[in-house]
Structure formats: C-alpha cells, structure tokens
Design a binder for this molecule. Structure first.
Ligand SMILES: Nc1ncnc2c1ncn2[C@@H]1O[C@H](COP(=O)(O)OP(=O)(O)OP(=O)(O)O)[C@@H](O)[C@H]1O
Ligand SMILES: [Mg+2]
Length: 268
C-alpha cells in the first residue's frame, strides 16, 4: 500500500499550454489544479540483458491526459511501475513536479484491470482504506461521485465488474493524487460498461485535475479520452500524437479522429 501524503503537498496550477489546440477547458483550468508535471530524462530500463525502455525523453504537463499504446510486451506496464516508484529505472531520471524521485511515489495512484478490493472490507472501508481524520465522509463523497452512494455498506463480492472498478477509482481519488496511472483498467468490461467508465473517468479528471496516464490496447479508447497519445515501440516513443479535437467532437466516425487513429495504428 502506498503511504498517505498530506493533501497540501502540491498546489501547482496547470500550465495554460495543457489544452492548446483542443479548444477545451480541461482539468488544469476547471479542476482543483493539483495535477503534477511528469518528466522523463533519458529513462532506460533493462531486465538483465534485455532493454525494455531504451531512452525516454518526455514531458507530460500538469493536468494533461495522456494515453500510451503499444504492442504486448512493449514495456507499458514497466513504464507505469517506474512512474509509481514500484521499480527503479536502469538509467536516466523521472521527475515529478520538477523533483527527481526514487522509491514509492505517494502522489501517484495506480488503477489496474482488476479492482483489487479487499474482500473482508465493505465498500466504504475499501474506499477509505487510507483512513485519517474525516475518512468516512470523504469516502462517502467519492462513492457519490462514482455513482455508488447507496452501495457503501455492501461487500465487494456482490458488485459487478464495472461497479468494482468504480470503487477502485473512488479509492484512488480519495487522497487527491497528482498523477493517476491507469493500466488497462477497462479491458475486462463489456462495451456499454466501458463507455460508462469513459464518461466517468473524463468527469473525475475534469473535477480533480490530476495528470492522467492511461495504458490501453484500444486505439479508439485512446483517441476518445486523451489529449495526447504516445506510441511506445521498441523501447522508445515512436510517435507523439496530439488529439487536436474537442472531446465533444470526438463521436465515432469523425473524419479527423479516424485520421488520427490510422496514424497511431501505423506507428504501433
Ligand atoms: N520483473 C521482470 N523481470 C524480467 N522481465 C520483465 C519483468 N517485468 C517485465 N519484464 C519484461 O519486460 C517486457 C515488457 O513487459 P511489460 O509488462 O512492461 O509489457 P506491456 O507493454 O505492459 O505488455 P502487455 O500489453 O502485454 O501488458 C516483457 O518482455 C516482460 O517479459
Ligand atoms: Mg501491461
């Protein structure tokens, strides 16, 4: 479990450049402005002789929503683990809000494909797992945000897969992380539930203002949700694609969106 941090650890406004080109008011301007900048400086990662990440140079502005796509085994989860501090890079530096860090990152939360709820804790206690003063009210408010206000007293096993993911999202947000990492969180959900989760994620991203890094195999999901899509191939960023289309204009079949999708699919 990642240790708690004080909510006041970071109070940085997102740079205005975050939303350039989309014509949108995004997390940095609407939300609490607590997203943190994430920067990679020559980051490499090898397991034994095998280089998985071969030199990443990248800045993700505070509050930006980035999707990372790439082939299976391409190093996406490895990248997430480095950002979260669950593992260290072989070379280079990762900076969060300008500060090089190693070890566990309390400002960073992770959401996985499986919700990983504690089966012996009711829903409210799962959300408020970090406890601290006022945890119950805070957990209840987060449950309301994800549309599960009335399920606080339930055990996790009675929830559907989508509901469990909502609880996991509420739990991830309860300490107001500066960076939220999502590793294929919707991969196991049916298409309708996935659509609901997309809307929910967009809503909470706008409200909370965190920097989002979403790993997905689904290029359509990437272009629907993100400000920017990174293609990870052969251990480097093979393409860096700005999704220069307001979210309201991203209906399936929009020509510009299809064009961006094609470009990304070609790069993967
Ligand atoms: N702890 C480890 N020890 C050795 N090799 C590892 C370790 N973790 C990951 N790898 C290797 O690093 C490569 C990248 O793995 P990673 O899990 O990051 O891929 P991924 O892009 O997330 O793939 P997927 O889309 O299938 O989830 C793989 O070849 C994997 O076997
Ligand atoms: Mg993975």
């Amino acid at each position: 479990m990642v240790p708690l941090r004080a909510v006041t650890d970071f109070e940085e406004p997102a740079p205005a450049t975050c939303r350039e080109g989309t014509g949108e008011q995004g997390a940095g301007t609407h939300g609490t402005g607590k997203g943190l900048e994430l920067a990679f400086d020559g980051v490499t990662k090898a397991f034994g002789d095998v280089g998985v990440l071969r030199g990443l140079d990248l800045v993700i502005p505070a509050g930006q929503f980035v999707a990372v796509v790439g082939r299976s085994g391409g190093g996406k989860t490895t990248l997430m683990r480095l950002i979260a501090g669950l593992d260290g890079p072989t070379g280079g530096t990762i900076r969060i809000a300008g500060t090089a860090r190693r070890g566990l990152q309390p400002d960073v939360r992770l959401l996985f494909q499986d919700a990983r709820l504690l089966p012996w804790q009711r829903v409210l206690s799962n959300v408020g797992i970090a406890r601290g003063p006022g945890w119950k009210a805070r957990a209840q408010a987060l449950l309301a945000e994800v549309g599960l206000a009335d399920r606080a007293g339930d055990w996790p096993y009675v929830l559907s897969g989508g509901q469990k993911q909502r609880v996991a999202l509420a739990r991830a947000l309860v300490t107001e992380p500066g960076i939220l990492l999502l590793d294929e969180p919707f991969g196991a959900l049916d298409a309708l539930t996935r659509g609901d989760m997309h809307r929910l994620l967009t809503k909470v991203w706008r409200q909370h203002g965190f920097t989002a890094v979403l790993i997905t195999h689904d290029v359509a999901e990437a272009v629907a949700l993100a400000d920017r899509v990174l293609v990870l191939r052969d251990g480097v960023i093979a393409d860096d694609v700005a999704i220069d289309l307001p979210r309201a204009a991203r209906a399936a079949g929009a020509p510009r969106l299809a064009e961006l999708e094609r470009r990304i699919l070609n790069a993967v």
